[in-house]
Design a protein around this ligand. Sequence first.
Ligand SMILES: *[C@@H]1O[C@H](CO)[C@@H](O)[C@H](O)[C@H]1NC(C)=O
Length: 144
Amino acid sequence: MRQCAVRVSVAVFGFLSAAFVSGLGVHGEDMPPHIVHQPSDVVVKVGNPATLSCRADGSPKPTIQWLRNGQPLRTREGDGQLQPMVLSDGNLFFLSVGGARRGSPHEGVYSCVASNSAGKAVSRNASLHIAGKTLLCAGLMLSL
Ligand SMILES: *[C@@H]1O[C@H](CO)[C@@H](O)[C@H](O)[C@H]1NC(C)=O
């Protein structure tokens, strides 16, 4: 009789503490990042602005970095307008796509990385294509 009561109370305690711990897991402070808005492919004309979007949940609030062709992207630090910049919401903003002098430095495959103290998440690859050259070729072919 007495043993039974002890067992029941142990079981109840176990259940309650398991519920408490899983409750902590849901409402606790640390939640690894989760990408909620993936960047999508864009085609932009030379000289036009472009935005690649990335949004991530997580706690603490994740910081967003961008990769171009799998490499960390050089973003703007006040050294001219050619470098894209990461906006406060995590989006990547190009003031003017192209950069005629050295080919197409902005063309490529981009992904964002959201990280916080609990972990990190990588988005899908989104391609940025520059339309100027192709359009010019099409125009030349049409005029021939
Ligand atoms: C995205 O592209 C980069 C560079 O081309 C590649 O290394 C990486 O594996 C790709 N990631 C995915 C998820 O396809």
